[in-house]
Design a protein around this ligand. Structure first.
Ligand code: CP
Length: 313
């Protein structure tokens, strides 16, 4: 594997999850692998977990880490071919990606969807631009349409918490006051397609995710019915996909409650808005896995960086 851009770059999900769980038990076991190697983390958007967990993962592997808040501090980048750059952009992705490639051995990038222009977001101009013009491996720390490090952490969390039987996992939409991207839900769906599980997606009618991603999945618009006998409930808001980026529904009947959750374990990628997406009692109760999920972000990043470093040697 050269780049880690999507869940589809995982060569074997069960094997990677198994390796990540072994890394978690002894995280310094490959501390020489990244010696004299540098990772550069470029953030076009805010972060808590992704920033710190990816740094920690790199440190466990003995790497040097450079972090830049590109969105606030870098030059505004141009992505178009042949553009006359007489407007707001100052530097082309062609030069920026090549320059960054000389300062580090791996570059990891966070660049969210703008949610204004579906075609532009789906072209993934930032992460694909870096993958095209950089001469080093590129890692996706959440792009317009995917958050594969989160999905891998979620797979680790499911594995660590699953019972003996094939689990029922429900992805449930929840209300949110702001327009949020589809990336986390998309990658979770892609990851669940690789799992031996009963998987159900529930959301209000009209809130379908990209059908190319959910193809083959069970979709149930009755949330109560979807949640029946669930073992894991993964809650996430996303803005409307058809009326792209709009917030057409804030129905708090979809908020996850202790009663709806029943005996299931609760999952969310964080950050989460309390008593909007999920009520306090769920997050504060012992069925919540959200803090475990955030810990597993270290080991999802570590297994990805380990695979890339092994390929660099
Ligand atoms: N889950 C996640 O990606 O968290 P951050 O946005 O804080 O990095």
């Amino acid at each position: 594997m050269k780049h880690y851009l999507s869940v589809n770059d995982i060569e074997s999900l069960p094997q990677w999850v198994d390796e990540a769980i072994k890394l978690k038990k002894d995280p310094y076991q490959f501390e020489d692998l990244g010696k004299h190697k540098t990772i550069c983390l470029l953030f076009f958007n805010n972060s808590l977990r992704t920033r710190l967990s990816t740094q920690k993962a790199a440190m466990y592997l003995g790497m040097e880490v450079m972090v830049m808040n590109f969105g606030n501090e870098g030059w505004a980048l141009e992505y178009g071919d042949g553009t006359v750059m007489d407007q707001g952009t100052s530097e082309h992705i062609k030069e920026a990606a090549q320059v960054v490639s000389q300062y580090c051995d791996i570059v990891a990038i966070r660049a969210f969807a703008g949610l204004q222009d579906k075609a532009k977001d789906e072209s993934e101009e930032v992460i694909n631009g870096f993958a095209k013009y950089a001469s080093i491996p590129v890692v996706n720390m959440e792009s317009s349409v995917g958050h594969p490090l989160q999905a891998l952490a979620d797979a680790i969390t499911l594995e660590e918490n699953k019972l003996d039987k094939k689990p029922k996992v429900v992805l449930s939409w929840a209300p949110h006051p702001k327009a949020l991207p589809h990336a986390v839900a998309n990658s979770f769906v892609e990851m669940m397609k690789l799992q031996d599980a009963e998987f159900v997606i529930t959301h209000p009618e009209g809130y379908e995710l990209n059908p190319a991603i959910t193809e083959g999945c069970t979709i149930e618009h009755d949330q109560d019915k979807a949640l029946e006998d669930a073992d894991f409930v993964y809650v996430k808001n996303w803005s409307n996909y058809t009326y792209y980026g709009q917030v057409l529904n804030k129905d708090t009947n979809w908020t996850m409650t202790e009663k709806k959750l029943g005996k299931a374990k609760f999952m969310h990628c964080l950050p989460v808005r309390r008593n909007m997406v999920v009520e306090d009692a769920v997050l504060d109760g012992n069925q919540s896995l959200v803090v475990e999920q955030s810990k597993n972000r270290i080991f999802s990043a570590q297994i990805v960086l380990k695979k890339i470093l092994e390929n660099l040697k």
